[in-house]
Ligand binder design. Sequence first.
Ligand code: PEP
Length: 253
Amino acid sequence: MRSYIIAGNWKMNKTVAESVALAEEIVAKTKGISKTEVVIAPTYLAAAKVADVVKGSNVKLAVQDIHWQDQGAYTGKVSIDMAKEIGVEYVIIGHSEQRQYFHETDETVNLKAKKVLSAGLKPIICIGETLDERNGGKLESVLTAQVKGAYKDISAEDALKTVIAYEPVWAIGTGVVATDDQAQEAQKYVRSLVAQLYGESVAEALRIQYGGSMNPTNASGLLAQKDIDGGLIGGAALKSDSFFSIISAAEEK
Ligand code: PEP
């Protein structure tokens, strides 16, 4: 049985002080959560302070990206060892904003996934189609390329440590959420791709989140779908009340 994983992607929001305050609220609210894995991804700048807040709590720490090199002349980047040192457990990679604005490709997603796994951390691998791709009948071919690209040369044992976030680009930050059926259909297909690569038992165990305008109103319906094992949440993760409502929706399943 797969457990739910609800992750908040704070993107480029919240000062360090605001991040600490939000993390403190989430830690307090999630004290009674026992079945659902809760993850928050503040900015790099806030991550070390937030790490102190979540230590010993039900909340796990993520960062929003990582470089695949160990160190060196990569201005603006952060390495996996730096993240690991402060207690990061998950790393979001391949987010559509990274793909759209910062030249992320399936190749760099794969390099980052391998780096995260080699350090014993867990990648949350984001995939998803644009509206043009969906309308042009390319949903399956886009997801196939993204999944096959991300998992190139990754063993089944390592694949089991990963999480996939299916995030239709047209639903991210737009308020236009995929219907329960649209999300389920796409995620079922993603799971079938994992089965092609690694077999049924890995596909059944690997968790696939939905992301894209998930909020307290639509979370329960989405989370009830067979192939939806949680959410990657942007806007609704920036307030502890709405984030906790989504966590509660998962916990109650
Ligand atoms: C995201 O950033 O991954 C996301 C899903 O954002 P939002 O919930 O705001 O659509």
